[in-house]
Write a protein that binds this ligand. Structure first.
Ligand code: PGA
Length: 252
């Protein structure tokens, strides 16, 4: 059975003090929330990953990185490799976030390399994709999403899909306060599952968690998560406040 996942993408927020404080509050709050089939993940910035790993050691919170470089090591100033993440016990990486695609030029081809590198290190991947508003207006959103998944993931053997989580994040809903309606989310998530079924098997498609991301907050989380094909969320802004993130986790 696929897992529900609530992941907080902290983006470029929280210094070391704030990281510790937020994690302390989350740990405390999580003691009161029954996490049946639900995984909780936080993704702080690179500099705070080590602190976050130490802080969450005896808790139910897992720590993910927001990015990594595809190369094993070498002359890539300012970059971090999968091996380095593994060496501090970070075993999950977010790849393909729309901000990485838009501001740092990450193409499907670059992402494919990163996917392969992460999997070679036996890391889990939260793979993000999603359309811009224009794509939706032009009714090109299904096509675009299909290609984003295909170009970075469809070369993988079936066995690797155990390590993949998909995150549908319509760009027009990220940080804008706009959210896809539950119907829009369900429609796209069902399409994604069908795309995976058509390429692989229904078993693989049924077992892959598909998260929704884009202005999820306590007020709309329950409605979004109640859709059959929505298995949780990737949360930005609302993951920075313990009370909000906890309320979102509790609503799944
Ligand atoms: P948001 O961000 O919740 O602030 O819209 C989501 C994301 O970028 O993952």
């Amino acid at each position: 059975m696929r897992k529900n996942i609530v992941a907080g993408n902290w983006k470029m927020n929280n210094d070391v003090k704030e990281t510790k404080a937020l994690l302390k509050e989350l740990k405390k709050g999580l003691k009161k929330i029954p996490l049946k089939n639900t995984k909780v993940i936080v993704a702080p910035t690179f500099v705070n990953l080590g602190v976050a790993v130490a802080e969450t050691k005896k808790s139910k919170i897992k720590v993910a990185s927001q990015n990594m470089h595809a190369a094993k090591n070498g002359a890539y100033t300012g970059e971090i490799s999968a091996d380095m993440l593994k060496s501090i016990k970070v075993k999950t990486v977010i790849l393909g976030h729309s901000e990485r695609r838009a501001y740092f030029g990450e193409t499907d081809a670059v992402l494919k390399e990163k996917v392969d590198s992460a999997l070679a290190q036996n890391m889990k991947i939260i793979f993000c994709f999603g359309e811009e508003l224009n794509d939706r207006k032009e009714k090109n959103h299904f096509n675009l999403v299909e290609n984003q998944i295909k170009n970075a993931l469809f070369h993988l053997p079936e066995t690797d899909w155990k390590k993949i989580v998909l995150a549908y994040e319509p760009v027009w809903a990220i940080g804008t306060g706009e959210t896809a309606t539950p119907e829009q989310a369900q429609e796209m998530h069902a399409f994604i599952r069908k795309t995976v079924t058509d390429k692989y098997t229904s078993e693989i498609a049924e077992n892959v968690s598909i998260l929704y991301g884009g202005s999820v907050k306590p007020a709309n989380a329950k409605e979004i998560f109640s859709n059959t094909d929505v298995d949780g969320g990737l949360i930005g802004g609302a993951a920075l406040k313990a009370a909000d993130f906890l309320a979102i986790i509790a609503s799944i």
